[in-house]
Design a protein around this ligand. Structure first.
Ligand SMILES: Nc1nc2c(ncn2[C@@H]2O[C@H](COP(=O)(O)OP(=O)(O)OP(=O)(O)O)[C@@H](O)[C@H]2O)c(=O)[nH]1
Ligand SMILES: [Mg+2]
Length: 254
């Protein structure tokens, strides 16, 4: 006799977690991806959960709070995670350091084959061509209303970024390589650092879809493996087990 336990509708197949210091833009990245908007945010309390349908699969995405007072919850959110996005702010060097000092150990509860992405957000602040919304004039070196921030100094061909970049892409790549060492993962068997380090802007949307969708594609093998394992384990052959004895019900050591 075979009994198959029915699957619950919209049950997440895998879990993706976004970690990083407060104010780096974790919630904004998720809003940008899920709602295609850059909304005003308030600092996250605890965590928040989103469900994304990706083809026939359901991916749960957990937004976490970067504030120190919620730090203890981080490893709980990471439990069983298939992908973790470690987020920093490209204009804040300390936010990159915090990933290693404070957040990396929280991922000890993630799956052993968890995928890691290192994401530098707020790239628009360092890119003079990115801040389209804030520029209201006409740039003499570009088309009207092109995204430029001119220095109002009588030098009309100069334009400047909104903030100074404090983290270079190579710093993120170096962190990714240290993460692989911390996880004792063979670098040659892992996705290359160049593929797993992103710079994004939740404000303009730059690279945001690419980030999430690259990860979704990368977790597909885990989903397929998990589905086939759960199919095998949800099919119980009662005849294989025979009648249940009182000893089996009670368990115990003697
Ligand atoms: N310029 C710019 N500002 C951003 C970007 N992403 C987020 N912000 C701003 O940064 C601030 C913090 O954004 P949140 O998304 O709330 O940051 P968080 O990482 O979720 O912060 P916690 O929930 O406290 O951990 C807000 O004022 C956002 O508007 C971005 O890509 N560019
Ligand atoms: Mg938040």
């Amino acid at each position: 006799m075979r009994r198959t336990i029915p699957e619950r509708a919209r049950r997440p197949d895998v879990k993706l977690v976004i970690l990083g210091d407060m104010n780096v833009g974790k919630t904004s990245l998720l809003h940008r991806y899920m709602d295609k908007k850059f909304n005003n945010t308030i600092s996250t309390v605890g965590g928040a959960f989103y469900l994304k349908q990706w083809g026939p699969y359901n991916i749960s995405i957990w937004d976490t709070a970067g504030r120190e007072q919620f730090h203890g919850l981080g490893s709980m959110y990471c439990r069983g995670a298939t992908a973790v996005i470690l987020t920093y702010d490209v204009t804040n060097r300390q936010s990159l350091a915090e990933l290693e000092e404070r957040f990396l150990s929280l991922t000890d509860t993630a799956n052993h084959d968890c995928i890691y992405a290192v994401v530098g957000n707020k790239a628009d602040l360092t890119d003079p061509l990115a801040d389209r919304e804030n520029y209201e004039g006409v740039c003499p070196v570009h088309k009207p209303n092109y995204a430029c921030q001119l220095i109002p100094s009588g030098s009309p061909t100069l334009f400047s970024p909104g903030a100074e970049r404090e983290v270079q892409k190579e710093d993120a790549v170096a962190l990714y390589q240290r993460i692989l060492r911390y996880k004792a993962v063979d670098e040659h068997l892992s996705p290359p650092a160049e593929r797993m380090c992103f710079e994004t802007s939740a404000k303009t949307g730059a690279n945001v879809d690419t980030l999430f969708e690259t990860l979704f594609d990368m977790v597909l093998p885990s989903i397929l493996r998990k589905r086939s394992e759960s199919k095998a384990s949800s099919t119980i052959d009662l005849e294989d087990y025979g009648p249940v004895t009182s000893k089996q019900i009670k368990g115990g050591c003697c």
